[in-house]
Design a protein around this ligand. Structure first.
Ligand SMILES: Nc1ncnc2c1ncn2[C@@H]1O[C@H](COP(=O)(O)OP(=O)(O)OP(=O)(O)O)[C@@H](O)[C@H]1O
Length: 314
């Protein structure tokens, strides 16, 4: 059984240089989680979730510049050289299921061939056949899937293949970027059951999703991301029961609940641009509780299990 990991991210910022403009995709983000905990990162499209995952995986594109600290089991990721990270950490300790990966399986190769290519790319030295069999059986797939082409298997099976690919080098932390998006509800539930099983077996998971409901199924810790910042962080249970940031409240109100007849309240408007984001609270324009002082940068207030960045809780 694997042992789960600790991760602490301190004052992390990522800026993209794009067409002469600077996009502040991740802005002074701080959080941590411990062994036996999984983390969820929730927020709308474009708020910087994937960028945060890519920074932890040290896989950002060349137009990105990073500052801050990421400690993985106490080891500083940003200070580790690329060659050492590739040799010892990427895929072997930390792996990532990229958003939309199931649609990027190569249509002209069998699943087996694609596993073999991945092992080659990761410079795998052991018994390839055994590694592939182990990876597919850990995600509930059986041998015949290996001879199939991507178009011959269902969406749910493709996503299991993607999870197996992320697990093939037996990492201890997997960053799953929107693993259930584009799947129907039943298949979504199956994938969540699978992720929970893998977590029980000792895998640490960072689940990135726009859907706080899905995150609440698996994560002990959650960070709510808005316009590049983590505006609320803490224990999932605490945040689910007693959300403090008006954006967290809005996200929770947008989750459909089977038992309740209450209308879902969609959040109106759009987040601010990440090119020269405005000063003050970034949620100001959309916040039903905005006050004059929200035009100033919000303080970071300590909560029971984390923090909230909001003047309401000063
Ligand atoms: N390589 C890049 N170059 C320039 N800008 C980028 C690059 N990658 C992402 N961005 C920008 O950074 C911001 C954050 O994007 P990111 O993909 O991290 O957000 P996200 O929350 O994961 O959204 P989504 O779920 O839609 O992928 C967006 O404004 C996006 O346009």
């Amino acid at each position: 059984m694997k042992s789960m990991v600790t991760l602490s991210v301190n004052d992390l910022s990522v800026q993209y240089q794009s067409q002469g403009k600077k996009v502040q995709a991740v802005d002074h983000v701080t959080f941590s989680f411990d062994k036996n905990e999984s983390l969820g990162i929730a927020g709308e499209s474009g708020c910087g979730k994937s960028t945060l995952g890519l920074a932890i995986m040290k896989t950002l594109q060349e137009n990105a510049s990073v500052s801050g600290k990421i400690l993985f089991d106490g080891k500083s990721i940003l200070e580790t050289s690329d060659s050492e990270f590739t040799k010892d950490i990427r895929w072997k300790q930390i792996s990532m299921m990229f958003q939309g990966a199931m649609n990027s399986l190569d249509p002209v190769f069998t699943i087996k061939k694609q596993f073999e290519e991945i092992l080659k790319k990761h410079n795998f030295q052991g018994d390839k056949k055994q590694a592939i069999e182990l990876a597919i059986s850990s995600v509930g797939l059986s041998h015949p899937v290996l001879d199939k082409y991507p178009h011959e298997i269902s969406g749910g099976m493709k996503q299991r293949v993607i999870i197996a690919m992320a697990l093939i080098m037996t990492p201890r932390l997997v960053i799953a970027d929107e693993p259930t998006t584009a799947l129907d509800v039943l298949v979504q539930a199956q994938i969540m059951i699978l992720l929970k099983k893998l977590k029980k077996e000792g895998l640490s998971i960072i689940l990135i999703s726009h859907d706080l409901g899905i995150i609440s199924e698996i994560a002990e810790k959650v960070g709510i991301m808005y316009a590049g910042q983590i505006v609320e962080f803490g224990n999932m249970q605490e945040i689910y029961k007693n959300p403090k940031h008006p954006y967290t409240i809005a996200l929770l109100e947008s989750i459909p609940k089977l038992q309740e007849t209450k209308r879902i309240i969609p959040l109106k408007g759009n987040p601010p641009s990440l090119v020269n984001p405005p000063s003050g609270c970034r949620f100001y324009d959309r916040c039903p509780q905005a006050m004059e002082k929200c035009k100033k940068d919000p303080p970071k207030i300590k909560t029971e299990s984390g923090f909230v960045m909001c003047w309401l809780h000063e």
